[in-house]
Design a binder for this molecule. Structure first.
Ligand SMILES: Nc1ncnc2c1ncn2[C@@H]1O[C@H](COP(=O)(O)OP(=O)(O)OP(=O)(O)O)[C@@H](O)[C@H]1O
Ligand SMILES: [Mg+2]
Length: 423
């Protein structure tokens, strides 16, 4: 039985996370994916999805990958890498081509050319395209076609959703990963990776939103008719709640983070009115008794503001209160009690914390919302490698693989020399 190790690398502002998937192929070429483990290390040099210090980021990513290597027992060569940040946005575009075969049979190459022509249409100089995702095709003016391969026609049009971000930020992410000696299989917009973990195709068909509440950012992806309708990243996350607590109680950020995790709740009405804490018990310099309900009111205000911003985005695309499968919450920030209740009230949608449907020997860790992006990257990689011909998932990075391999040749021996000095 053959196996392939798939690595999902999520570069977060608070933590770098790695998920390790093992794909086993049996004699009939059937395969099964098992998430054999996850690794998390504190992140340095990454802020709001962008690299703020290359050296620090390389050190953090190296640490995480080394821990993952110990888990798998073999060197990690490549990874599916998640990329976030408010500089990344989505927009719609159209590509048109003439069908190449004289008999009018539409083939995979025609679909690839139609998508490529859409890409050529919308590529401004300082932006890099991450994904060109087909929404629907038209053949000789007849729209609503999901898969035109094998159909007859002369003119093929592709309506696509394009995800692109600032070239410099994207290059810095790839440079960081290259410097650790690991090849990037594909750069994936992080909220789309989380979607793979927390939704099923039938939800995406009905209409669903996924909200990834991180430390400094919140990613939003909306699906309808099985395709991506809209994706964006808001510059607000769980750390803003921590800052509000720190300012409100006049304590340090570390103390505020501890208080949030131990007794934080986003719904003051659900907290016992008599419950009080002493700030000194959480590491504050001076003793001061504070009601937990007061802390909850601070949290509620920020959480409401976050969801109002999400609702504004939904209004922009005409889907406010109109997603039949509701909103799935995930990311570390979704672990705060009361997040779901406030989301239901502000967004007027069914809301729940989404969980992965994956095979794993350690469900209590792997299914934690904070790992949804890294696990989703493994699922994304698994899908992409299964449908190798899926043109939709090809991205610009394929063209740069030679560069990465050349760089690897240079960095690998250096990495080996360093490793030989390590205990
Ligand atoms: N148990 C918990 N209760 C409340 N909040 C939590 C809990 N665990 C994590 N968080 C919050 O989740 C946030 C971190 O989420 P996550 O680890 O998904 O972010 P990240 O991926 O590192 O950041 P980003 O995606 O913004 O770059 C922090 O603000 C943290 O306080
Ligand atoms: Mg994140």
């Amino acid at each position: 039985m053959k196996e392939r190790i798939l690595i999902g690398l999520d570069l977060g502002s608070s933590h770098i996370r790695v998920a390790v998937g093992q794909v086993c192929f049996n004699a009939d070429k059937q395969n099964s994916l098992n998430i054999i483990g996850v690794v998390e290390v504190p992140s340095k040099g990454i802020s709001k999805g962008c690299i703020s210090s290359l050296e620090d980021a390389v050190t953090s990513v190296s640490n995480a990958l080394e821990q993952a290597e110990r888990l798998v027992g073999v060197p990690i060569q490549d990874a599916y890498v998640g990329i976030g940040g408010t500089h990344i946005g989505s927009g719609q575009a159209k590509g048109v081509i003439g069908v190449s075969r004289p008999d009018g049979d539409i083939r995979a190459e025609d679909v690839a050319r139609a998508l490529e022509s859409a890409r050529a249409f919308i590529n401004p100089a300082n932006q890099e395209i991450l994904h060109v995702l087909p929404r629907e095709f038209s053949v000789d003016g007849q729209g609503g076609i999901k898969d035109p391969i094998g159909m007859q026609g002369i003119r093929l049009e592709a309506e696509v959703q394009v995800i692109q971000g600032l070239l410099s930020h994207i290059r810095n992410i790839t440079k960081t990963v290259f410097r650790t000696g690991v090849d990037v299989n594909e750069l994936v917009y992080a909220p789309l990776a989380a979607v793979e973990t927390v939704t099923q195709p039938k939800f995406r068909e009905l209409g669903v939103g996924v909200l990834v509440v991180g430390a400094t950012t919140t990613g939003l992806a909306v699906y309808e008719d099985g395709e991506l309708l809209y994706a964006t990243t808001l510059p607000m996350g769980g750390d803003h709640i921590t800052s509000d607590i720190a300012i409100g109680l006049r304590v340090s950020l570390d103390v505020a983070e501890d208080i949030k995790r131990v007794c934080g709740h986003a719904v003051p009405g659900e907290v016992d009115r008599r419950q009080q804490i002493d700030l000194k018990d959480f590491g504050a310099d001076q003793s001061e008794v504070v009601s937990v309900q007061y802390i909850s009111e601070i949290i509620e205000a920020r959480v409401e503001e976050l969801y109002e911003k999400v609702d504004e985005q939904l209004k922009k695309i005409g889907r406010a209160g109109l997603l039949p499968a509701g909103m799935m919450l995930t990311g570390g920030g979704a672990k705060l009690p009361g997040m779901v209740e406030v989301a239901k009230r502000v967004l007027q949608l069914p809301c729940t914390v989404g969980f992965a449907n994956v095979q794993t020997p350690m469900p209590e860790l792997v299914l934690d919302p904070r790992f949804s992006t890294s696990v989703g990257l493994v699922l994304w990689g698994h899908n992409a490698e299964q449908n190798d011909s899926t043109v939709a998932r090809k991205n610009w990075f394929g063209e740069n693989k030679k560069f990465s391999q050349a760089l690897n040749k240079i960095t690998e021996p250096i990495k080996r020399i360093f490793k030989s000095f390590m205990p």
